[in-house]
Design a protein around this ligand. Structure first.
Ligand code: UT7
Length: 332
């Protein structure tokens, strides 16, 4: 009997309509379009303005798009893994609400929080379930309403992040397609460099924590940048070597969209000189945290051919990071 691998068989994506441009940010904080563009590659981001809608709304839209495109009966879904750093609420899993709302009534669901690596870690978990034969249809979602945790008076963070969601369906494959290999890592050396200090069990929210704005994202950009470049590029190079892949063999780099300079550094380490192979949507969406990787898949799906070699790479708060090698399983 041939080995079972876990392949991506459908994708969906969603970004909200409202656009926050660099020009608009110039009116809000002491920054310029030129600074943001040259330092990050970002031109604009999407913002979910409706205060009554949380991350689940974004995730539901992405999942519904997938279901519609794949003509999938949601009752067949076994599991929904919801990657997010911005759950609707700290308790009451966001994934459970998403699964119910999309009609995945025979599935179970939970949230997976690994900051910007949530989706990559989720893909790994889904693959392990599928390879073992335990489940057959696993949806992995990456979604974040970053605007809900951003201080729009802090120019070091508000220029970076945006809202969005992406979803993939993973299913068993017997042709050798799908996930081939992965290198996943974490290190709490980054715990103080990128976090939300208050609101958890360590520092529960009080009037004082809110007054001090400790419920917003805070990052030491320079430190995060340094670790992101060395670690994300490092595992990407390592996964190529381990699988005997040359730059010619790699068809697409699907890298976390935090900063164009970090993505370029990763592509350079991989000797990927053809910039068409380096998927990019940071210019339009900024850093959508858990959503960047599945949103890239959704945006570029039509370009992928069955058998193409994709390298995924991510880096996020914690720190968490990793790379994965996946063979694309279908032609659109
Ligand atoms: O997705 C999770 C992982 N996150 C990341 O990977 C983010 C990694 N970090 C970064 O992408 C970059 O560090 C940032 C984009 C956040 C910052 O870029 P940088 O080139 O590292 O800038 P910097 O923090 O070294 O700041 C350089 C200068 C400083 O001024 P001085 O001290 O040189 O006078 C900052 O105060 O730029 C100033 N600055 C700004 N100027 C205009 C910082 N933010 C801004 C801004 N507009 N928005």
């Amino acid at each position: 009997m041939s080995k079972i691998t876990a392949a991506i068989t459908a994708v969906g994506g969603y970004v909200p309509e409202d656009v926050l441009t660099n020009k608009m940010l110039e009116e809000m904080v002491d920054t310029t379009d030129e600074w943001i563009t040259t330092r990050t590659g970002i031109k604009e981001r999407r913002i979910l303005k409706d205060p009554k809608k949380g991350t689940s709304y974004l995730a539901i839209q992405a999942a519904k798009e997938l279901i519609r495109k794949a003509n999938l009966d949601p009752k067949e879904i076994d599991l929904v893994i919801m990657g997010t750093a911005t759950p609707d609420m700290p308790v009451a899993s966001t994934g459970v609400h998403v699964a119910t709302q999309i009609g995945a009534t025979n599935a179970f669901s939970y949230d997976l929080q690994a900051a910007c690596s949530s989706f990559l870690y989720g893909m790994s978990t889904a693959a392990a379930y599928i390879e073992s034969g335990r489940y057959k249809k696993v949806m992995v979602i990456g979604a974040d309403k970053m605007s809900s945790i951003i201080d729009y008076t802090d120019r070091t963070t508000c220029i970076i992040f945006g809202d969005g969601a992406g979803a993939v369906l993973m299913e068993p494959n017997t042709e050798g397609l799908g996930l081939q290999d992965e290198i996943l890592r974490s290190d709490s050396i980054g715990r103080d460099s990128l976090n939300i200090e208050a609101g958890g069990s360590l520092i529960p929210p009080t009037e004082e924590t809110v007054a001090k704005k400790l419920h917003f994202v805070r990052q030491d950009g320079k430190t995060v940048f340094k670790f992101a470049v060395s670690n994300m590029a490092g595992v990407s190079e390592q996964i190529m070597k381990r699988n005997n892949l040359t730059n010619e063999d790699v068809d697409w780099l699907v890298a976390h969209q935090a900063n164009k300079r970090i993505i370029d550094a990763t592509a350079n380490r991989m000797h990927l000189h053809d910039e068409n192979k380096v998927l990019m949507n940071i210019e339009r969406y900024g850093n959508t945290t858990s959503a960047t990787l599945p949103l890239l898949l959704s945006d570029y799906e039509k370009k992928f051919k069955k058998g193409d070699n994709l390298i995924f790479a991510s880096f996020g708060g914690g720190f968490t990071w990793g790379a994965a090698y996946l063979k694309w399983a279908y032609n659109s």
